[in-house]
Design a protein around this ligand. Structure first.
Ligand code: G4P
Length: 286
């Protein structure tokens, strides 16, 4: 799904999420486990404020497991009502933790309600996240049927409905869609490398340059193995030439076709041909 985000849309999206927060007990903030920072809304802490929150590192099946563990330690700070877990919404892995952790985070609130004589009810939750992070997939997995087709695009209103997840949890059927941090060019490149934004928005060769520079630094052995390189050339054009020549990405006359090479590299990264990759790690934030 592509959404054109303009200041008016952002303000409206924020208002819609803020309205929904009044209806729920807990927020499930969905991020991409491969890029937990770039796939976040820059104002999320302010928007969610002091509501209990679970950060769901989704698509953990495609991320580097070691780095995902580092992110869990980073987000799971003692003594806060924000916790994080790693999940894979497509297969359903990790989803069973969501209900139990929600109960734990809301125990105080629900005990208080009970002591005031309020009848026990299901926990109410809202899923929020940027486009393509897996919100619909998660809702459908949790609900065990096809519910969220479109999310709620800014400008389209529809009656709120609750989706039951077992006896103790209810989700709003339309997730809250928020925008990523566009101002940062590297954020755009990371989103594009994982396929979260359309390839037409950022030049494919630029994405491949970014991705190859990243791989040369963070996963040099995988890059060498995949493309049969003895050494990784320092000059990015030489690296394109080496990969393009290995893989027959050539134009008539034998010159390397850089568009084809870029397309191949990006496709192979997304298809996990270079293994499970994490494009961000907590230590690079400090
Ligand atoms: P959204 O509502 O937040 O916009 O995202 P959506 O659920 O549509 O998911 C976006 C893409 O991410 C979908 O792939 C979906 O299958 C995939 N996805 C969601 N969660 C996971 C996960 O945990 N692991 C993996 N590997 N993929 C996940 P798509 O290519 O757009 O569609 P399709 O391949 O499902 O047809």
């Amino acid at each position: 799904m592509t959404i054109q985000w303009f200041p008016g849309h952002m303000a409206k999206a924020r208002r819609q999420v803020t309205e929904k927060l009044k209806l729920i007990d807990i927020v499930y903030e969905l991020v991409d486990a491969r890029i937990p920072v770039s796939s976040r809304n820059p104002m999320i802490d302010e928007i969610v404020s002091n509501k209990p929150r679970i950060i769901l590192l989704n698509k953990a099946d495609m991320a580097d497991a070691k780095v995902t563990r580092e992110w869990l330690d980073y987000f799971n700070l003692e003594g806060t009502t924000t916790k994080a877990i790693a999940i894979d919404s497509q297969s359903g892995k990790g989803l069973q933790q969501i209900g139990s952790l929600s109960k734990e985070l809301l125990k105080g609130k629900f005990d208080k309600m009970q002591s005031r004589g309020i009848r026990p009810r299901a926990i109410r939750a809202l899923i929020v996240g940027i486009p393509n992070v897996g919100k619909s997939t998660l809702i459908n997995r949790l609900a065990k049927k096809n519910i969220a087709q479109t999310g709620d695009r800014p400008g389209v209103t529809k009656a709120q409905q609750w989706v039951k997840v077992g006896k103790e949890l209810e989700l709003l059927d339309t997730p809250g869609i928020l925008w990523p941090k566009f101002e940062d060019q590297d954020v755009g490149y990371r989103l594009a490398t994982t396929g979260a934004i359309k390839d037409t928005i950022i030049n494919l060769q630029d994405i491949a340059v970014f991705a190859l520079r990243f791989l040369s630094e963070a996963y040099p052995e995988r890059l060498k193995d995949r493309y049969g390189l003895e050494e990784i050339p320092e000059d990015i054009v030489d690296l394109f030439d080496a990969i393009g020549s290995r893989r027959g990405c050539k134009m008539s006359g034998g010159l390397i076709d850089y568009d084809k090479t870029a397309e191949l590299v990006i496709r192979e990264i997304r298809q996990e041909k270079l293994g499970k990759l994490s494009l961000e790690r907590p230590e690079t934030l400090i």
